[in-house]
Design a protein around this ligand. Structure first.
Ligand code: ZN
Ligand code: ZN
Length: 254
């Protein structure tokens, strides 16, 4: 049973209520980064911001993989860390993130360890299998700038890059531009009701050839919300069409 909804925001209070955490078991390690409760592990990560203890935990998204550091004194021999890294354990690892210190946390989904470093602190790279099948975060091999994925409804394979799969960049882009296709104007919630809420692709406008090692994404200017159909159409020509070009194609087609 999925208790938390991916992309939804939860405060600690919401989480206690949902999980039925008794008063005596609240706070404490819930507030210090990670916690085991029943069989599941709950991780709370500040992304690119300072945590409660004032440390910069240097958690960040690379594409749709989350690079995460455990507590500064953590090491691979600690029971909870061993438990987190145990591929055979029962129960899920749920990851929540936030970018502002006082913000509620966004539920990213149940994660699996993709990679870890036996360092102090322990560093783990997480992937999210439950959402890689989601159209919004297509399944791609790690560390690839470009890869193929299937856009349902068109049956065409298109090329996306890791910037289009970065949940934080996505969110910032959609927050600014709205969840509406910039080419054809479709708004999935308007069209389909509640099941369409928040559904949209983001397209990365900067040509890969122009991207150097120092590139950091500007989610507002470098990304644009588009529907899966228009996204596929943008990627049908090489080099990809601009949003304006595709808009002109659409408007000129009788
Ligand atoms: Zn569209
Ligand atoms: Zn794209």
């Amino acid at each position: 049973m999925q208790v938390f909804e991916i992309e939804n925001k939860y405060t600690k209070k919401d989480i206690y209520e949902i999980l039925n955490v008794s008063k005596s078991k609240q706070k404490g390690s819930w507030d210090t980064g990670y916690r085991k409760y029943n069989n599941d592990i709950y991780i709370f990560a500040n992304i690119g911001t300072e945590g409660r203890t004032g440390h910069d935990y240097t958690n960040y998204w690379d594409g749709d993989q989350l690079h995460w550091q455990a507590k500064s004194n953590s090491n691979i021999n600690q029971p909870l860390i061993r438990d987190i890294l145990d591929v055979n354990r029962n129960g899920a690892v749920h990851i929540f993130t936030r970018t502002e210190n006082r913000d509620a946390f966004i539920y990213e989904g149940a994660a699996v360890v993709n990679n870890f470093e036996d360092t102090q602190p322990v560093k783990i790279v997480w992937t999210f299998p439950s959402i890689t099948t989601n159209l919004m975060r297509p399944e791609l091999s790690p560390n690839e700038i470009s890869s193929k994925f299937l856009v349902e409804g068109t049956g065409k394979k298109i090329t996306v890059n890791k910037y289009e799969r970065n949940p934080l960049a996505r969110r910032k882009c959609i927050e600014f531009h709205g969840p509406k296709c910039k080419v054809c104007d479709i708004d999935f919630e308007e069209k389909y009701g509640s099941i369409g809420k928040g559904f949209i692709h983001v397209h990365h406008k900067v040509p890969i050839a122009q991207i150097g090692d120092q590139y950091t994404i500007d989610p507002i200017n470098d990304l644009v919300p588009v529907c899966p159909n228009c996204h596929a159409m943008l990627h049908r020509s090489s080099p990809v069409l601009s949003v304006e070009e595709l808009k002109a194609v659409l408007n000129n087609n009788p």
